[in-house]
Design a protein around this ligand. Structure first.
Ligand SMILES: [Zn+2]
Ligand SMILES: [Zn+2]
Length: 122
C-alpha cells in the first residue's frame, strides 16, 4: 500500500509506504503559528519510507530543533524534519489525499493547547 499527498496547488507531491506509524496532534506554538491552525496532526515515519515525487519544497528553519518543508507557491506545510529524531520524518496528515486513513491517537505539547479547543476526537 502506497499513500500519497501533496500541497494545495499540486506542484509538490509525495508518497510513503504503509507501516505502523504514530499519528499525533501537536499543540506546540510553532506548529500552531506556521499552520495558522489550532494544532497540526502528523504522521511520523522512518525517513526512508518517505519520498517527494514532484516539486521542490521550501525550507524553513523553524527552530534549532528542526526544519519545516512547505510549498513555496501555495504555502501548504508538508513536513517537519527533526534534528533530534533524524531517522524520522513527520508528515502533515491533512496534506494527504486520504487523511481519514490516519486518525491521531496522541496529543503532544498539551501544556500549550488552546483553552478553547475541545478534544479533537469529540
Ligand atoms: Zn503548492
Ligand atoms: Zn509542533
Amino acid at each position: 500500500m502506497i499513500y500519497s499527498g501533496g500541497c494545495f496547488c499540486g506542484k509538490i507531491r509525495y508518497q510513503f509506504s504503509d507501516g505502523e506509524y504514530l499519528v499525533a496532534n501537536c499543540h506546540c506554538t510553532i506548529c500552531r503559528k506556521t499552520s495558522a491552525a489550532p494544532f497540526v496532526t502528523w504522521v511520523i515515519m522512518p525517513r526512508e519510507r518517505f519520498a517527494f515525487t514532484a516539486g521542490e519544497p521550501g525550507i524553513l528553519e523553524s527552530s534549532s530543533k528542526g526544519r519545516r518543508l512547505f510549498c513555496r507557491d501555495c504555502g501548504t506545510p508538508l513536513v517537519f524534519a527533526s534534528n533530534e529524531r533524524n531517522h524520522k520524518i513527520d508528515v502533515t496528515t491533512c496534506s494527504l489525499d486520504e487523511p481519514e486513513a490516519w486518525p491521531p491517537t496522541e496529543d503532544a505539547y498539551t501544556d500549550t493547547r488552546l483553552a478553547w479547543l475541545t478534544h479533537s476526537g469529540t
